[in-house]
Design a protein around this ligand. Structure first.
Ligand code: 13P
Length: 253
């Protein structure tokens, strides 16, 4: 049985005050659900991770990083390692978010190293996959998602992949207000689960949580969650508003 998972990716938003307040409010108002019925994690910007992790340390809310570097330490100016993230209380990492792929230019090969480094460092990576609008229009969704999944998990054993969550985020649905229909999400989640069964085994495929992301709101979260292979939601904009994010958590729990 896959426990629902709602994650809030704050991207490059909030400040010291608003990040801590938002996390505290989410933690306190979801305390009766989180842990038992649902997993909830927030992904603040790096600079607020420590204060947010401290603010929610007595709750069941987990904290994750929006990115991670694959080297353990050394001369990598500006980068943050898995052990540093673990040190300040992070549990999760996002690897290969579409903005890192398409704005920053991260490759499947780099993302694979980040997934591997997260697991080796004792963190739980969320590997993000998803096609561009031009790729969907050219009927390449399955091809793109398959490539991103296979390359992102390359070289990892079944045991290691059991630490991974997958997030399907169609790029055309991110920040656009144009959510994938629940059927479109289900179709791709089904492809991902079948692929996991093919690459590893059916037990791993059945246990892996696959989240949907892209313009999730309190108005569409329940419908998305009603699909058999949608196990959770990766929420951007709506996770910055405590009331909206809490409503999404309730609808998923
Ligand atoms: P929005 O919910 O703002 O579309 O962002 C989705 C996303 O990228 C979450 O990682």
């Amino acid at each position: 049985m896959r426990k629902p998972f709602v994650a809030g990716n704050w991207k490059m938003n909030t400040d010291t005050h608003t990040s801590v307040n938002l996390a505290r409010r989410v933690a306190s108002d979801s305390s009766e659900l989180v842990g038992h019925n649902i997993t909830v994690a927030v992904f603040p910007p790096f600079v607020y991770l420590h204060s947010v992790a401290q603010a929610v340390s007595a709750s069941n809310i987990a904290v994750g990083a929006q990115d991670v570097y694959f080297e353990p330490k050394g001369a990598f100016t500006g980068e943050i390692s898995a052990s540093m993230l673990k040190d300040i209380g992070c549990i999760y990492t996002l690897c290969g978010h579409s903005e890192r792929r398409h704005v920053i230019g991260e490759t499947d090969e780099l993302i694979n190293k980040k997934v591997a480094a997260s697991i080796s460092g004792g963190l739980l990576p969320i590997l993000c996959v998803g096609e561009l609008l031009s790729e969907r229009d050219a009927s390449k969704t399955e091809e793109v998602v398959t490539r991103q999944l296979k390359n992102g998990l390359a070289g990892l054993s079944t045991e290691k992949v059991s630490a991974v969550t997958i997030a399907y985020e169609p790029v055309w649905a991110i920040g656009t207000g144009r959510t994938a229909t629940s059927q479109q999400a289900q179709e791709v989640h089904d492809i991902v689960r079948k692929l996991l069964a093919e690459m590893y085994d059916s037990e791993l495929a059945e246990e892996t949580r696959i989240l949907y992301g892209g313009s999730v709101t309190p108005g569409n979260s329940a419908e998305l969650m009603s699909q058999p292979d949608v196990d959770g939601l990766l929420v951007g904009g709506a996770s910055l508003n405590a009331d909206d994010f809490l409503a999404i958590i309730r609808s998923a729990a």
